[in-house]
Design a protein around this ligand. Structure first.
Ligand code: E4P
Length: 218
């Protein structure tokens, strides 16, 4: 499984990269706003900074919601750096835009996906990634991880090459559950990735090893 970090914060991206397990980054307009990145030029410079840290895919989301606007913006974003994956919302014009980008060899991430039907359209349009939002479904008492598994099975049945990118991951348990249902990628907050390390038996085992070493070695 690939790990992406779900943030536009450069320090967190660097920390995840330094851990040696980072495969990419996802951003969205809310995450960019959280970092105070205002204006098209600043946003584009920020995407380039992210691409310079990470040797992997960096999702940059279009703001336009009409076909022509998405094409224009997506092509500009893709031209910034070869790592850029154009993130497009799962709406009718978005599916048309994904088809266009696929034909032009521009990689895409179909975002805001909440059903198997939406994931089917994204795959038929040739999306590189599809992003089912796990946490937001859980927030409304639906089962986000089950949707991830349903999409994985549907893609395997029909041999679609679109990768299932579990998004809106809120915690470490979500990551493990997405592993169990076969997600290709999970995009996670840094805290959820670091949470994978935690186990009390690791801590107590290491403490005992060091105590025993000191007993004989001083
Ligand atoms: C990433 O691609 C998504 O935009 C992101 O995971 C959404 O997460 P949220 O539901 O926590 O905002």
């Amino acid at each position: 499984m690939k790990f992406f970090i779900d943030t536009a914060n450069l320090e967190q991206i660097q920390e995840a990269y330094d851990l040696g397990v980072l495969d990419g980054v996802t951003t969205n307009p809310s995450l960019m706003a959280k970092e105070g990145i205002k204006g098209t030029q600043n946003q584009r410079e920020h995407y380039i900074k992210i691409c310079e840290i990470v040797n992997g895919d960096v999702s940059a989301e279009v703001i336009a919601t009409d076909y022509e606007g998405m094409i224009r913006e997506g092509e500009e974003l893709a031209a910034l750096n070869p790592h850029i994956v154009v993130k497009v919302p799962c709406i009718a014009d978005g599916i048309k835009a994904i088809k266009h980008f696929t034909e032009k060899g521009i990689r895409t991430n179909c975002t805001l996906v909440f059903s198997v039907g939406q994931a089917l359209l994204a795959a038929k349009a040739g999306a590189t990634y599809v992003s089912p939002f796990v946490g937001r479904l859980d927030d409304i008492c639906e089962d986000g991880v089950r949707l991830v598994g349903d999409i994985v099975r549907m893609y395997r049945t029909y041999d679609y090459k679109t990768q299932v990118l579990a998004a809106s991951i809120r915690n470490t348990k979500h990551i493990i559950e997405c592993v169990e249902v076969g997600a290709d990628v999970a995009t996670c907050p840094l805290s959820a990735i670091k949470g994978l390390l935690n186990h009390p038996l690791t801590d107590s085992g290491l403490k005992k090893f060091l105590e025993d070493y000191k007993k004989v070695n001083g």
